[in-house]
Design a protein around this ligand. Sequence first.
Ligand code: SAH
Ligand code: SF4
Ligand code: F3S
Length: 439
Amino acid sequence: MKIKTYHIKTWGCQMNEYDSARISDLLRHHGLEEVDTAEKADLIVLNTCAVREKAEVKLYHQLGRWKNLKKNNPACLFAVGGCVASETGKKIRARAPMVDIIFGPQTYHRLPEMIQRVESGFGPQIDVSFPQVEKFDFLPDNSARTASAFVTIMEGCSNFCTYCIVPYTRGGETSRKVDDILYEINHLVENGVKEINLLGQNVNSFQGLHHDGSICSFAELLYLVNEIEGIERIRFTTSNPIKFNQDIINAFGDIPKIANYLHLPAQSGSDRILKLMGRPYTSDDYRDMIRRLKLVRPNISISSDFIVGFPSETAEDFAQTMKLIDDIRYDGSFSFIYSKRPGTPAAEIDDPITLEEKKERLSILQNRINNLAMQYSREMLGTTQRVVIDGKSQYGGFLCGRTENNRNVNFVGPDSLIGSLADVEIIEVLPHSLKGKLL
Ligand code: SAH
Ligand code: SF4
Ligand code: F3S
């Protein structure tokens, strides 16, 4: 390859972050060096997200800002990947002819080959296909050396919730082989990783093959990961109420290393809206899952995603969502106003609710959940928390750790603790973080 340096910008979910890290591993493996700004790079990779509207607008704005870079460095290459690339494909070049490479979430292992083809004069390269080969087979080892690392276990989605673009951009559900996952985790542990975050669009649907050809469920995988020596904490995301079964709940009971935290996106508390969303559970099914989970983990912290203002959502539907929030007493949420994704069934549903109304509902919901989260934080005052120490805090002189329920704790301690776990006592509760004392 003629190019020497690269820079990656990432938008979207944790899986996109993981993909970007793997792209980085791949490019380094081919002799490229990472640089911290696009201006310094010979190859600029933009890994995009399509989950809400304006994703394309954002893409073209960003490319517009970079347009002049080719003038200063005519050899520099632009590669657009991720879910917008998957959704939009070659149309990107019609609006932004500066883009040399368009790749999808399932074809990033081909990036070096695509770069070489551009360099050899074959012109722009576009590949957003969903090949049947395992891209993971073509990637070098995961090089993460942080306290906490992501590992994709399954990818894609076959649920087709009526509002969602992901099944179209990531393709149908596919699971990695069990041995490959365990190999990657073992490798990470050798590099000092202590906390593993298992990733999938719906981890409960994991159906990975064992080497004897039999199928491993998600719950079974949790037990296998638990056996890896050196792993101190296990997280996963996203677990969806669909297929959140008793085996997974039992794993929470059996495996103390699974963090005392579950992100289980409800989306809405109204059964009518859930039905329109194509989510095959009722709010009472959801309550029952949490009730059973709390039998084995009484103090578990629960968070959710909510879509506010789904087409036709009435004040009564919204009240049902608020009721669910009060019943579950969430400790956090990622909540957004419904965003129309062309080509999805929900885009066709009549939507008489004004944006003003939706914004007001969103702020009511977020305030309520923030208040609940603050109550939980206050209850943590004076308790001892085991934290994963990610690094130095942005406030000078402090280390930053993360509790099981995902709160940042800043505390004084030696740099040598970075990358390990430690016990801290919570001594102060601030709006967005906690202050602790190393024990
Ligand atoms: N597979 C996960 C969610 C992945 S998408 C699950 O089903 O739980 C992440 C979140 O984006 C979703 O939980 C949803 O809340 C939000 N989202 C997806 N499509 C959206 C849309 N069209 N408008 C607003 N939010 C959306
Ligand atoms: Fe989207 Fe539904 Fe699949 Fe989640 S389960 S990724 S919301 S289609
Ligand atoms: Fe976005 Fe694709 Fe993830 S649409 S949320 S980057 S799966």
